[in-house]
Design a binder for this molecule. Structure first.
Ligand code: HH2
Length: 282
């Protein structure tokens, strides 16, 4: 196995030798756009995390604040109340890394203490302390692009050249992460599908996802059940967007994306297994 196919750190490991791997989404929130309210109950959340691991997820990404368009920040206290018991319990029940979906330093720190092994920051280290924390604790970090904030991001997203601007932003943030002491192979870049982007922006980013892969940072893509899929397929309900999502997951895996972040783990595991085999090796 080539060295870079196995990412190992003190708290976990990820094996990319088969190609793209799956991150299962676990939102412990009342209002997430797709699974809001389903896993707010601690026991239900734990059960779902265990199920996603059994279904083949390589990572479980836990969040305590919805970042859907129009959403407002949730207090640190409330986020901790939602996610910490779930992380503590899941860390003892599954042997894959748990990632914490937060840009909040206090939440990130407490989550790592409770057993999380990765940080997923939708603001790409807007708070430098989060980057320092990742460096000190030697954990991988996902850097995502967002234009604006969740409350306002879909009002009027605007770019001259969305692909170049998003990629340049991510490379600058990755460089900053490197300066803070995070190793290059521990950094994942993510174009932030749906975060301050129109349908056309999302399509352009996905059509050019190979440019992100060519950056030599590993890439994460989060398309799961998002509204652009609903628009293309006329599927109003997020849970009905599974086949539409499968198309994006297959194309991402075949283009060399390392991690797809999804709600429907069992289904997308099959998609990824096939797409990984169809990937033209370069
Ligand atoms: N998308 C969502 C949340 N976190 N993190 C990364 N790195 N990339 C993404 O595309 C991404 C993300 C939004 O999806 P979801 O968690 O299902 O919804 P909500 O924000 O409403 O909880």
């Amino acid at each position: 196995m080539r060295n870079d196919m196995l990412l190992k750190w003190p708290k976990g490991q990820l094996d990319f030798s088969a190609g793209c791997i799956v991150m299962g989404v676990l939102n412990v929130t009342p209002d997430s756009f797709s699974d809001g309210g389903q896993f707010l109950d601690t026991n239900k959340a734990i059960e779902h995390g265990v199920q996603m691991a059994a279904d083949g997820a390589a990572i479980i990404d836990i969040g305590g604040e919805s970042t859907r368009p129009g959403s407002e920040p949730v207090s640190t206290k409330e986020q901790l109340k939602r996610v910490i018991p779930v992380i503590e319990a899941l860390a003892n029940k599954i042997n894959i890394p748990i990632s914490i979906d937060t840009y909040n330093y206090e939440v990130a720190e407490a989550a790592l203490k409770a057993g999380a092994a990765m940080l997923n920051d939708i603001t790409a280290l807007s708070e430098e302390r989060v980057g320092k924390l990742a460096a000190e604790q030697r954990v991988p970090v996902v850097l995502m692009h967002i234009q604006g904030t969740p409350a306002t991001m879909q009002a009027e997203p605007m770019y001259d050249d969305v692909v170049t601007e998003v990629l340049e932003f991510l490379l600058a943030r990755a460089k900053r992460a490197g300066k803070l002491g995070i190793l290059k192979n521990m950094i994942f870049i993510d174009p932030g599908i749906g975060f301050g982007k129109t349908l056309e922006h999302n399509l352009q980013l996905l059509r050019n996802i190979d440019k992100f892969v060519a950056s030599n940072y590993r890439v994460l893509a989060g398309t799961s059940r998002k509204s652009f899929i609903g628009k293309l397929t006329s599927k109003e309900k997020p849970a009905e967007r599974i086949f539409g999502n499968a198309a994006t997951v297959a194309l991402c895996a075949a283009a060399g994306v390392s991690i797809v972040r999804v709600h429907d783990v069992a289904e997308m595991i099959d998609v990824v297994k096939v797409a990984n085999k169809l990937k033209i090796q370069s």
